[in-house]
Write a protein that binds this ligand. Structure first.
Ligand code: CP
Ligand code: NVA
Length: 313
């Protein structure tokens, strides 16, 4: 039996495969420029395949981008929500993995505890893809890297600055930094730093990671400024956290310290007026809707990699 290619974190694919994903995504995006979004790519590489999208948390972009990505690749999807499936009534992840593996060709899971997706992968005989856990969000970062490259910023040596909460999205940014050799300045309040494990992954891959509590210092001369919600799904909405986060808002003053051609990224959904000011969110430096669209193109290459069908991947 061939072992399924799971994509639980960026390191499962590795630097070369991620570079191949970005290159394939750029080619496929260009090849279908101005086509209706529901039209399939000429080669229909996933014709006949079905992907299960399993959600234990809310989603707009991940849900729609995987669905449209599968349609464009010639395949289909079905959606399983925890609340309306037996998962929500306590059926085990192990049994769910074994049942879904008999019925579909791949599984995407969005869940809370990362141990659950590891359990799914252990018991599934088809590829399992991480659509976000409390620990990481690798599919988002493939789209972010694609967006950065499209905006003519080569990754090696790039200075990426993160502001606010040291969360799941930042963890995947750090993992990408180690693999693709860009540098990350992380500005968080005390007590909200990223997990040390991800800082170590980035540094051991050769990336420089600066941890600071000074947002201005992180912004100085940066190429890319990134933030995310202060309160992630499943986290308590605490006043003291919001208060601690306030000095890390990405606003005009912070953008003015970055390189003049710097871009602003946010995985969305955004809370304008909290982690980002309206003038930055709506500015020409903000590429958040390119980033959102790129979820489709990135998801296609993640899917192709998982099926062993990515050129050079
Ligand atoms: N960025 C992102 O993953 O968005 P959704 O939560 O809408 O899927
Ligand atoms: N950090 C956010 C990302 C949402 C896409 C969350 O986990 O809610």
């Amino acid at each position: 039996m061939t072992v399924a290619r799971h994509f639980l974190d960026l390191g499962d694919a590795g630097a070369d495969a991620i570079a191949a994903m970005i290159s394939d995504a750029l080619d496929r995006k260009e090849a279908r420029r101005d086509w209706p979004k529901g039209k399939t790519d000429a080669d229909e590489p996933l014709k006949g395949r079905v992907l299960a999208l399993v959600f234990e948390k809310n989603s707009t972009r991940t849900r729609v981008s995987f669905d449209v990505a599968m349609r464009q690749l010639g395949g289909t999807v079905l959606i399983l929500e925890a609340g309306s499936s037996q998962l929500g009534r306590g059926e085990t992840i192990a049994d769910t993995a074994r049942v879904l593996s008999r019925m579909v060709d791949a599984i995407m899971l969005r869940t809370d505890d990362h141990a659950k997706i590891e359990e799914m992968a252990r018991h599934a005989s088809v590829p399992v893809i991480n659509g976000l856990t409390d620990r990481s969000h690798p599919c988002q970062i493939v789209a972010d890297l694609l967006t950065i490259i499209e905006h003519k910023k080569p990754l090696p040596g790039l200075e990426v600055a993160w502001f606010g909460d040291g969360n799941n999205v930042l963890h995947s940014v750090l993992e990408a930094a180690g693999l693709l050799k860009f540098n990350v300045r992380v500005a968080t309040p005390e007590g909200y730093e990223p997990a040390a494990e991800f800082v170590e992954i980035a540094r051991s891959g050769g990336a420089s990671v600066t941890l600071t509590h000074n947002a201005q210092q992180a912004a100085d001369g940066a190429d890319v400024l990134v933030t995310d919600t202060w309160i992630s799904m499943g986290q308590a909405d605490a006043d003291d956290k919001r208060k601690a986060m306030a000095p890390y808002q990405v606003n005009g003053d912070l953008m003015a310290r970055a390189k003049p051609e710097a871009i602003f990224l946010h995985c969305l959904p955004a809370h304008v007026g909290e982690e980002v000011s309206e003038d930055v969110f709506e500015s020409s430096q903000s590429v958040v809707f390119d980033e959102a669209e790129n979820r489709i193109h990135a998801q296609k290459s993640v899917l192709l990699w998982s099926f062993g069908l990515l050129a050079n991947g």
